[in-house]
Write a protein that binds this ligand. Structure first.
Ligand SMILES: [Zn+2]
Length: 196
């Protein structure tokens, strides 16, 4: 079992680190998306309740099977109220849902991730070229602080904070969600890192 690796900025913050509640995030199903699979997404079996500061890790592997087409979404990683999660585990565009989306980005001619809030792109990063057999692996750390209503996203291997989503409404429990969209184009595997 993996131990969580905390970003230095989190470990060195005395207001945050001692208060972090790490618990094992279990999904209601395994997330491995391959060609011809109907399976779409997974949701955490437990929600993050207020008050609390939570940290969890997602290890993500992506591989291009066939080049992505215009407007293709690859993957969504987020948190959302149970009522905002549909049967396929999609949460994009819902009111009480916050997510990072991997998609085909024509401007970069690549698979990129972005986070959009209030119609503004607050984070953007290219993951891999849009070519067969291109691969990428990311270890993402997520810090949800229900006291301040912030959801921070870290690149654990590079130990940098990628993005802060603010005004996260934590009045009701938020569940971690991952969903895959186009298994015929991109093969995706996501694993939740677990606590000690
Ligand atoms: Zn891009």
């Amino acid at each position: 079992m993996n131990s969580l690796r905390f970003p230095a900025a989190v470990m060195n913050n005395p207001d945050i680190y001692p208060k972090i509640r790490t618990f094992r995030v279990s999904l209601d199903r395994k997330l491995h998306i391959e060609k011809h699979e109907r399976y779409k997404g997974a949701r955490g079996t437990h929600g993050f309740t207020q008050p609390g500061i939570y940290f969890y890790e997602v290890i993500l592997s992506l591989k291009v099977v066939t080049p992505l087409q215009l407007n293709s979404i690859v993957l969504e990683i987020g948190i959302a109220r149970k009522s905002a999660i549909d049967k396929k585990k999609y949460i994009e565009g819902q009111q009480y849902a916050y997510s990072m989306i991997a998609f085909y980005h024509p401007a970069c001619d690549a698979a990129c991730v972005h986070v959009v809030r209030d119609r503004k792109v607050i984070f953007h990063k290219t993951l891999m070229k849009n070519k067969v057999d291109e691969e990428c692996r990311l270890v993402l750390g997520f810090l949800l602080n229900t006291d301040t209503g912030t959801w921070e996203i870290y690149d654990i291997e590079k130990d940098v904070r990628l993005c802060v989503v603010r005004d996260v409404n934590c009045d009701e429990p938020l569940f971690p969600v991952i969903s895959g969209y186009n298994p015929s184009e991109v093969q995706a595997t996501a694993t939740f890192g677990s606590g000690h």
